[in-house]
Design a binder for this molecule. Structure first.
Ligand code: GUN
Ligand code: ZN
Length: 433
């Protein structure tokens, strides 16, 4: 079991935040690199020649010109929406009522929940994603199903029971008390077990009463080691709806803040239409944001100011938001992040895009000491990228003047064919899993 593996290839290394410091000082690619894996962790990162000489007993996987990257991390997903991804023609509130809530109702059946959890994790692993932070449904069994499916694959994951006690159909509502009780039982069962982390998960202010938000805020205060995930300022009609439900709140963030749901280890999905006060509070509190670019265009939400927010030092993770997002692939999600930033007048560098999908996402989930980088002591979840995976990409990368030019076509046009291999906890994932 405790085999030493030495992976050779081009290594993608991150030492800082390429949004608050020049990217050249924080991210680099070593074209003759190597990563040594021992006991499920990265033991060393360095020159191929040096590590090979120092570890003649290691089993070698030579990836040539492929890029050895940290496994991709998806900072905000809804695994129960796997079967309704790419549903046509609706914006957020209608999309929830038409497609999402009827599908989430099916998770009352634990067998269905487990089948979708398995399907979801196979689909995302095929795209090189090794950690996700997922919403579930109101059913506790949907949380158990997800964590059990992740544990069966050795994956590090974050998830929590999605809580809603109003503005959702009968059968998809809990109460303030049952949300508290169920979430507490689930976090006691899963937090820190194998590679699981629990996130207290009010869906969003419009589907929770103030009583439910307060109960979940109290639970978080009792368990500050847990994450807290929810949605914030995604669409303009949603914000108007929130205002009608919380007339005393100065802004959307205050609906959470007033109920103990703002602080470090909070991660808010979308965060597109923010007021200056909200940005200041998020920055001051050390809370994190998840950028969901395919979702934000697919359901017509708007253009997040990713470069501006990241420059403030806010921890920012990239996210597919499956199934509001239209893809399981973090490569496709990086392409969408690039396109949305372009529409706002900024060209994100490939180093910044890769950061958002690896170390940046790990930081947004407070897992930066465990995953998201190639560095000694970090868990050995790795994705190996083929930078010439299709004829269209290969003819482009063949002409590249440097590694960033060689990588960029894969970020823009790559799909699961670019994922040459995936390593989970120091073991290579069988190709035909
Ligand atoms: N806001 C509240 N619930 C959801 C959801 O399931 N998806 C998205 N994109 N936004 C939400
Ligand atoms: Zn979401």
């Amino acid at each position: 079991m405790n085999t030493k593996h030495l992976l050779l290839g081009q290594t993608f290394e991150v030492t800082g935040d390429p949004f608050t410091a020049p990217w050249k000082d924080t991210v680099r690619v070593n074209s003759a690199g190597a990563v040594l894996l021992v006991g499920g962790h990265i033991a060393a990162v360095g020159q191929a020649e040096t590590l090979r000489a120092a570890h003649p007993d290691a089993e070698v996987a030579d990836y040539g010109q492929h890029m050895i990257c940290p496994g991709f991390i998806d900072a905000h997903v809804h695994y129960p929406q796997t079967a309704i991804i790419a549903s046509w023609g609706k914006q957020l509130i209608d999309w929830l009522n038409t497609y999402t809530f009827p599908e989430e109702m099916r998770f009352g059946d634990p067998d269905y929940a487990r089948a979708i959890a398995d399907r979801y994790l196979e689909l995302t692993l095929a795209q090189g994603t090794t950690t996700v932070c997922s919403f579930t449904t109101i059913h506790p069994a949907s949380v158990d199903a997800f964590f059990a499916a992740a544990a069966a694959r050795g994956l590090r994951t974050v998830a929590g029971k999605t809580c809603m006690d109003r503005n959702a159909p009968e059968g998809l509502r809990d109460t303030a008390q049952t949300a508290y009780d169920d979430s507490k039982a689930l976090l006691n069962r899963w937090q820190g077990r194998e590679r699981a982390s629990y996130a207290i998960t009010p869906r969003f202010s419009p589907t929770s009463t103030p009583e439910q938000l307060a109960a979940l805020g109290a639970l978080w205060a009792e368990h500050p080691d847990c994450l807290m995930q929810t949605h914030l300022s995604e669409q303009v009609p949603e914000i108007a709806w929130m205002r009608s439900l919380y007339p005393q709140a100065r802004d959307y963030l205050e609906t959470y803040e007033a109920h103990g749901l703002l602080g470090p280890r909070a991660i808010y999905g979308h965060a597109i239409h923010l007021e200056p006060r909200e940005i200041d509070r998020i920055t001051d509190c050390g809370a994190a944001l998840a950028h969901c670019p395919t979702s934000n265009s697919f359901i017509g939400s708007g253009l997040m100011d990713v470069a501006g927010l990241a420059a403030r030092g806010i921890p920012l993770g990239l996210a597919s938001d499956t199934g509001g997002g239209s893809s399981f692939s973090m490569l496709r999600t990086m392409a969408a992040a690039y396109e949305i930033a372009q529409l706002r007048g900024t060209a994100l560098h490939p180093a910044q895009l890769m950061y958002l999908a690896t170390a940046g996402a790990a930081r947004s989930l407070y897992l930066h000491d465990r995953i998201g980088r190639l560095a000694p002591g970090i868990e050995a979840d790795l994705t190996i990228l083929d930078l010439a995976s299709t004829p269209a990409i290969a003819q482009r990368s063949a002409e590249a003047k440097d590694i960033w030019e060689a990588l960029f076509p894969t970020l823009m046009m790559g799909d699961d064919r670019a994922i040459a291999d995936v390593w989970i906890g120091g073991e290579r994932r069988p190709k035909t899993a």
